[in-house]
Design a protein around this ligand. Structure first.
Ligand code: BES
Ligand code: MN
Ligand code: MN
Length: 482
């Protein structure tokens, strides 16, 4: 862009560099979208073994891209999908003393089904004009490839203008987040020495609205249990046996029914242990957000909310635990009729956790609750798909203050501190194993269709996200940490 200045021009202050980096990113937006589309074309679905090679291909693509940004990048083997780790020592005088950044993101995506509801193929990114401007439609657009690329684009800006980021940066990109992050903890233990840092930046959450940035300060935890109830030793003719034997589907339905009482509170013994009531300050802050129930529900075609008695939608999603069935099957599910009593029935059950709820205790209590309700002749089999606690981020940290400034620089207004109902297991593991707090700075919107058909990312969010990350790296260089 400005070839007359050497990349390591020490005369330029970080602040001037920062504005030149942002200008560079703006000028490069067209190519940034092309790069985003390239990674979106790789169907890196982590949960389905059929896509293993594509997951690997996405990891290779990112490591190669990071190499072009001056990083030493490696695709690290794990017991599951690979993790990309890349490091840059940072350039300029401040880098020696500034906080070291660990950026965490995930390059795997959710399955794209149901395919027939997509307006364009999920792995052929389409740039479409929407009411808020152009958007990219593809699986992974916002969760999380688009947000990962917004950070990489910020790094690209710093690389072009200053020869690298103004602080040391380690990038760690996981390929199993959407499948429960099973390989992450063993990897963090093994690679601890390569993952040193002072603060972790995560870009995998949302904004308040397209003009109002947000920093997420709480994530719910998650216990995911798949439960199969087995009855008769084989499928039976429902005329010959029906009425005289337990039907696993009915047993499962009875169990599912028993999970909630008439006030929609969860009946599993000890479930609410560790759930905390909101402090008056948090309650007041949430009330000041001006959350609209009508908008939240109207957007998904619902006339009114549903859930635990006496709680608002915001509380129900940000500060209360849940127990939900995410999938249920058994018996005959094909076309037409088949008179059969299936030998088993399965439910995929997940609980969102808050406060100090203990994932292992919840999991054990849930199993016991189910087993107690089985009639003679039935047994339950369980498979765990992960268990991680809720997270809350300290609101009084110098990093949060700097992040707030970076967001305000770009958006012209202060970010709101928000909660979210979603979970990012890595944040807890990074705190526990690497001892680092995370800054959750996300650029998604509620209507992005995360995990649904026609997932999208507004290009305005993508580009502003890039600018925010570029500004944040610059701001961090002003902190003397070491
Ligand atoms: N990025 C999401 C988490 C999220 C969703 C944060 C919405 C904020 C708003 C993440 O990729 C995700 O989907 N997590 C899973 C975790 C699970 C698969 C272990 C979730 O929350 O269901
Ligand atoms: Mn995500
Ligand atoms: Mn997700």
């Amino acid at each position: 862009m400005t070839p007359s200045l050497s990349p390591l021009d020490t005369c330029a202050s970080t602040a001037t560099l920062q504005s030149r980096v942002i200008a560079h990113c703006e000028a490069d937006e067209g190519k940034a979208v092309e790069r985003l589309c390239a990674i979106l074309r790789i169907p890196s679905i982590s949960t389905d073994p059929a896509y293993e090679r594509d997951v690997r291909r996405a990891a290779d693509w990112l490591a190669a891209d990071l190499t072009t940004l001056g990083f030493t990048a490696e695709v690290c083997k794990t017991i599951g999908h690979p993790i990309v780790v890349a490091h840059h020592p940072g350039v300029g005088a401040a880098a020696k003393h500034a906080p070291r950044v660990l950026f965490y993101g995930h390059y795997d995506v959710q399955p794209a089904d149901p395919l027939d509801l997509w307006t364009s193929p999920p792995f052929e990114p389409a740039i479409v004009n929407g009411p808020k401007g152009p958007r990219v439609v593809a699986r992974g657009a916002v969760d999380d490839k688009g947000q990962v690329m917004s950070f990489l684009e910020a790094l690209r800006g710093w690389h072009a203008i200053a020869g690298g980021p103004p602080v040391p940066v380690t990038v760690m990109l996981e390929g199993e987040e959407e499948a429960g992050s099973k390989s992450l903890e063993p990897f963090l233990h093994a690679a601890k020495d390569r993952l040193v840092g002072d603060v972790c930046i995560v870009s995998d959450t949302g904004m308040w609205d397209i003009d109002t940035p947000a920093i997420t300060t709480r994530l719910r935890g998650l216990v995911y249990l798949e439960c199969t109830i087995h009855g008769p030793s084989r499928d039976l003719h429902s005329g010959m046996y029906g009425g005289a034997v337990p039907n696993p589907i009915q047993v499962l339905a009875d169990v599912v029914h028993s999970f909630h009482d008439a006030d929609r509170r969860i009946t599993v013994a000890g479930f609410y242990e560790g759930v905390e009531e909101l402090s008056p300050q948090t309650r007041a802050q949430w009330e000041s957000l001006g959350f609209s129930d009508a908008e939240f529900l109207g957007d998904i075609g619902l006339p009114c909310g549903f859930g635990e008695k006496g709680r608002s939608s915001l509380e129900r999603t940000w500060s209360r635990p849940t127990l939900e069935v995410n999938g249920i099957f058994g018996g005959y599910t094909g076309k037409g009729a088949k008179t059969v009593i299936g030998a088993f029935a399965t439910a995929k059950i997940s609980c969102r956790l808050v406060g100090q709820q203990d994932p292992d205790r919840i999991s054990a209590a849930l199993k016991a609750h189910i087993i107690e309700r089985l009639p003679a002749g039935c047994r339950a089999e369980f498979e765990s798909h992960g268990a991680n606690p809720a997270i809350s981020v300290r609101e009084s940290s110098p990093y949060l203050t700097l992040a707030s400034k970076a967001l305000e620089d770009v958006y012209g207004r202060k970010p709101l501190l928000i909660g979210t109902g979603g979970s990012i297991p890595a944040v807890g593991s990074i705190k526990q194993i690497l001892g680092m707090d995370s800054l959750l700075i996300g650029f998604g919107l509620d209507d992005d269709c995360v995990h649904s058909p026609n997932e999208k990312f507004e290009l305005r969010c993508f580009h502003n996200g890039t600018k925010c990350h570029a500004a944040l790296l610059g701001e961090l260089a002003s902190l003397k940490q070491r």
